[in-house]
Design a protein around this ligand. Structure first.
Ligand SMILES: Cc1cc2nc3c(=O)[nH]c(=O)nc-3n(C[C@H](O)[C@H](O)[C@H](O)COP(=O)(O)OP(=O)(O)OC[C@H]3O[C@@H](n4cnc5c(N)ncnc54)[C@H](O)[C@@H]3O)c2cc1C
Length: 318
């Protein structure tokens, strides 16, 4: 095993995980180890990103078989690269794909794996703090001598440019994917039309406290007035008030807008797993002891059906 840390990101027809590269490279740099970035189907500006954030090496892996979302091929490609490089740590972004890929890569390498990591530190060995039980608690893992595969949560690390950019050793690498089976096939990719919640700077999310499907229009109107997007907690998705593409949380989207307005949302840990990285959370809830107020910077205690129209009016006048 080398002392190197490999940060790995990818893109395919379903996802672009390269946006997490600055955070992963920053996290690796903080451990004072040489950083190599493996970019699968790399973005055109990969070399500039590597230089800005301080990766010493960039391995670009382009393969037509990896352009289509295929966890099996991705596992094969990453595992082959890791077997050749034998890094101390392999960092991947905690995404939907990572859930399908990271544990299998770790198994192939005989490595340990930690998902949902929120901090990585050197303390006589590598210690990884991870969110556990749907965000209800935190677990600290002490990694031993074997390679560790770590899936890092979005927003866990603030990407910072390297103090002095240094030259990046860039190489085009290949993987032999002829033996990659296809045990998981996406028959019908999820349709996403228009703007993505993950990219929204302002999100207004509605929960069961709205009282009825019809009241979800209040959430949409407030989102519109603030120039943002409307989202939802799981129960109102399950009840068919809103499409599942709007769901925030552990089993929904993970977002990190500048402003997250939670309307009639209790603040259950499974919901907060999707929005706790928001810079500012504002909550409207009629229960002053609701858990959401522990996360909110600003809170309004009251009936959302009365309060939200006032917020819409104020936002439109601003
Ligand atoms: C494995 C698992 C995965 C899950 N994944 C997710 C997930 O991805 N996303 C998710 O959201 N949940 C998820 N959940 C469900 C989660 O545990 C909560 O049940 C859910 O988030 C609660 O949604 P809610 O806050 O809208 O509803 P509730 O818990 O019913 O809360 C409604 C809130 O509205 C307030 N309220 C009521 N009336 C009004 C009013 N008139 N005005 C203002 N406030 C009012 C109440 O005080 C309350 O705080 C998951 C659960 C499990 C077990």
């Amino acid at each position: 095993m080398t002392g190197e840390i490999v940060a790995c990101t990818w893109s395919n027809d379903r996802a672009n995980a390269h946006t997490a590269a600055p955070e992963l490279i920053t996290a690796a740099r903080a451990l004072a180890a040489p950083v190599r970035w493996l970019a699968v189907n790399p973005p055109h500006d990969a070399a500039a990103t590597a230089e800005t954030y301080g990766a010493a090496a960039l391995d670009r892996l382009s393969d037509a078989a990896l352009l289509r979302a295929s966890p099996d091929a991705l596992v094969e490609a990453i595992a082959q690269h890791a077997a050749a490089r034998a890094p101390r740590l392999l960092l991947v972004p905690q995404t939907f794909d990572a859930r399908l890929v990271a544990p299998r890569v770790a198994h192939r390498l005989g490595a340990g794996v930690v998902m949902n990591a929120i901090a990585i530190a050197e303390d006589g060995g590598v210690r990884v703090t991870a969110s556990a039980y749907g965000g209800d608690t935190r677990a600290v893992y002490a990694l031993g001598d074997r390679t560790g595969v770590i899936a890092v949560m979005p927003g866990a690390v603030e990407a910072t440019a390297a103090p002095s950019p240094s030259p990046v050793h860039t190489a085009d690498v290949t993987a032999d994917l002829s033996g990659a089976g296809e045990r998981v096939r996406v028959l019908e990719p999820a349709r996403s039309e228009g703007a993505r919640l993950e990219d929204a700077d302002v999100i207004v999310a509605g929960g069961r406290g709205l009282g009825s499907a019809a009241n979800f229009r209040l959430v949409e109107e407030l989102a519109g007035a603030l120039g943002g997007m409307a989202a939802a907690s799981r129960p109102i998705v399950d009840d068919g008030w809103v499409d599942s593409s709007r769901q925030i949380g552990l089993t929904g989207k993970v977002v990190r807008p500048s402003l997250y307005v939670a309307v009639g949302v209790s603040g259950a840990s499974q919901h907060m797993a999707g929005c706790s990285a928001a810079r500012t959370i504002v909550a409207v809830n009629r229960d002053r002891d609701a858990a959401i107020f522990r996360h909110a910077r600003f809170g309004i205690v009251g009936d959302c059906v009365e309060i939200v129209p006032e917020l819409i009016r104020a936002a439109r006048e601003a």
